[in-house]
Design a protein around this ligand. Structure first.
Ligand code: SAM
Length: 245
């Protein structure tokens, strides 16, 4: 199996002020191999080249939580984190590997993906990470999950307004949502602001960055929950995408 670029250590350091220890390096390599193997059975990702996998899955996942030279400096010890629509485990698994003192829940509506992720977590011996099958619209109304998380992550699941409706109900007051995006425009900020206001949040910041290998532009939107989310949100399954706020 192609080694997953150990020479990337320097780029981790330069771009994120962090580098994986030998155990984390082995876990990243294993994750890559397990996903490539799983791809034969399930359609998990079209990103299989080692450089692309490193940049688009590993680096991008961690870049979203790298703020002021640290991984989410405001996060409490043992923070509870949820990755909504995790798919093949991104961004949640790389974060579970890199930040061992947080507790991650990987959530997806597709049972077969979650069954596969369970196998990956076992093989990686990633004890701080667990899975949850369900739709964000339903999980967000369940008392054991609503207002339960310090950090909610969401990448490639829907428009930013839909992502706001999926993430904010799950956050504790003061919690942070990170929405991973490709391109982003000022007009989109206006629409998102309107949605976020209705959900008890504010747009705290929007970061634009360039990826280190292919030099593509990416954005992360950081939403802070500052008030209670009204009980009607998230609306029932399918409504957030059909009628975005
Ligand atoms: N986040 C991963 C990534 O960036 O590689 C996967 C993105 S994949 C394009 C979207 C995933 O979101 C799919 O696995 C799908 O099953 C899940 N999904 C879509 N809508 C969802 C919802 N309402 N609740 C939970 N999961 C959802």
């Amino acid at each position: 199996m192609t080694p997953l670029l150990p020479e990337m250590t320097e780029i981790w350091q330069q771009t994120l002020n962090w580098q994986p220890n030998p155990q984390q390096q082995v876990q990243f390599q294993k994750l890559y191999e397990l996903i490539l193997a799983g791809n034969r059975q399930f359609n998990l990702t079209r990103i299989t080249d080692p450089q692309e996998f490193w940049e688009k899955h590993l680096w991008d996942s961690l870049r979203g939580i790298a703020l002021q030279g640290q991984f989410i400096p405001s996060l409490p010890e043992n923070a509870s984190v949820i990755d909504i629509g995790t798919g093949a485990g991104f961004p949640g698994i790389p974060i579970g590997i890199a930040v061992p003192n947080c507790k991650i829940t990987l959530m997806d509506s597709t049972r077969k993906k979650i069954v596969f992720l369970e196998k990956i977590l076992n093989e990686l011996a990633l004890t701080n990470t667990e899975t949850l099958i369900g739709r964000a619209e339903e999980i967000g109304q369940q008392p054991q999950h609503r207002k339960a998380y310090d950090l909610a992550l969401i990448r490639a699941v829907g428009s930013a307004s839909v992502c706001a409706e999926y993430t904010l109900p799950l956050l504790k007051q003061g919690g942070l949502a990170v929405i991973y995006r490709g391109n982003w425009t000022e007009d989109e900020t206006v629409t998102l602001e309107n949605a976020v206001n209705q959900l008890g949040g504010i747009i705290e910041s929007i970061e634009k960055f360039t990826t280190p290998l292919s030099e593509s532009i990416r954005h992360c939107l950081y939403l802070r929950k500052v008030a209670t989310t009204p009980a009607k949100f998230p609306r029932s399954a399918g409504i957030p995408t059909q009628k975005p706020l």
